[in-house]
Design a protein around this ligand. Structure first.
Ligand SMILES: Nc1nc2c(ncn2[C@@H]2O[C@H](COP(=O)(O)OP(=O)(O)OP(=O)(O)O)[C@@H](O)[C@H]2O)c(=O)[nH]1
Ligand SMILES: [Mg+2]
Ligand SMILES: [Zn+2]
Length: 335
């Protein structure tokens, strides 16, 4: 009996010691793992992505090439990431930080795909050539309102216009000035009018968007010393850009702020957007929303529509109402 009791006690003690050892070992492994990851992990900013490979800018301003695994999801220009160095100028991305904002557009499957992340300002670049495509500006402004970033309109290639033509071109954008969007006229090629723009870019992460060939990359080259971005030629046949930017790329501005060049588009499609979201994307509609006779008013032809009444009084530009209704029909925005 006595002998057997002793054995029980011994067994218990041995089990307890083993359990302690296991726990210590597990803790040590955890600590080692944590030490290994945090010690080597660094923050970086995605400058540009080509397929599965990224160019990162480290916190100390060094550029490194890094790969990322598919299980991280999509990683885009402007993303803040954690990465580990694998060799001198190479690394691997281990985590993507949550984004504050993302500009996206639907891919060929209709799925929203991010173009750039953590932007604070959307600069829509327009020019007299190529002729501004219908509704493109308004679509970008709706996108800016939806993601909560500042919208800015930049009219480039003003050098191509005589004084009287300038007046005509400028007048097309007067309704936007009235509703609070800054309109800045520049000539990227002539280094003209860049200071007021640079002032607006200071302290912001801005993305240049717009049609192919309006001069986004030329603007980058004008404001980034040694930017050396490839510029396109306007095709004589189509009047559109050729030889164009293929991936969104982030540049640091000496005067402060970051500027992202993005591939030009022929058209920009708003992703899935509800009718209410679309209406809120027209910022001058805001004071009238919720004041229509019908709570689910689409602001198309309903009686007692406060938005249409404001348009009739000239408080909302007719062109903006027309563009809202066009996009409403085009996006099939539900209630
Ligand atoms: N006259 C004049 N031409 C300009 C100006 N800015 C750009 N261009 C010309 O416009 C053409 C297209 O310029 P890019 O900078 O490649 O246009 P982009 O917007 O980057 O085009 P994508 O990359 O296709 O989106 C080039 O031939 C430029 O030289 C300008 O201020 N004045
Ligand atoms: Mg370009
Ligand atoms: Zn209405």
């Amino acid at each position: 009996m006595a002998r057997r009791r002793l054995t029980e006690q011994q067994k218990n003690r041995i089990a307890k010691i083993q359990e302690q050892r296991r726990r210590r070992a597990a803790d040590a492994a955890d600590q080692a793992l944590a030490g290994a990851t945090t010690a080597n992990e660094q923050m970086g900013r995605v400058v540009v992505r080509h397929g599965r490979s990224l160019l990162l800018r480290t916190d100390c301003g060094r550029d490194v090439h890094a790969m990322f695994r598919a299980n991280l999801g999509e990683v885009v220009c402007g993303d803040r990431v954690l990465w580990q160095q694998t060799s001198n100028d190479e690394g691997i991305v281990t985590a993507v930080q949550p984004r504050t904002t993302a500009l996206s557009r639907p891919d060929y499957n209709g799925q929203d795909k991010a173009i750039a992340a953590n932007i604070t300002q959307l600069v829509v670049v327009l020019a007299v050539r190529p002729e501004p495509a219908g509704y493109l500006l308004d679509q970008y402004l709706v996108a800016a309102e939806r993601i909560g970033v500042t919208g800015l309109i930049c009219l480039n290639k003003m050098d191509l216009l005589h004084d009287d033509e300038r007046t005509v071109f400028r007048a097309r954008f007067a309704p936007y000035v009235k509703i609070g969007y800054p309109v800045i006229e520049i000539s990227a090629k002539a280094d003209h009018g860049l200071d007021p723009l640079l002032e607006r870019l200071r302290g912001q992460t801005s993305i240049l968007v717009g049609q192919s060939g309006v001069g986004k990359s030329s603007l980058i080259n004008a404001v980034i010393p040694r930017g050396n971005v490839l510029e396109g030629q306007l095709s004589d046949a189509t009047g559109l850009g050729r030889h164009t930017t293929s991936a969104a790329t982030l540049y640091d501005l000496h005067s402060g702020g970051e500027l992202i060049d993005s591939p030009g588009v022929r058209s920009f499609r708003l992703g899935s957007v509800s009718r209410a979201e679309l209406a809120r994307g027209y910022r001058e509609f805001l004071p009238y929303l919720g004041r229509c006779r019908f709570h689910n008013c689409a602001h198309v032809n309903e009686p007692g529509c406060a938005v249409l009444a404001a348009a009739q009084h000239g408080d909302i530009a007719a062109a903006r109402i027309e563009s809202y209704q066009h996009l409403l029909a085009e996006t099939n925005a539900g209630e």
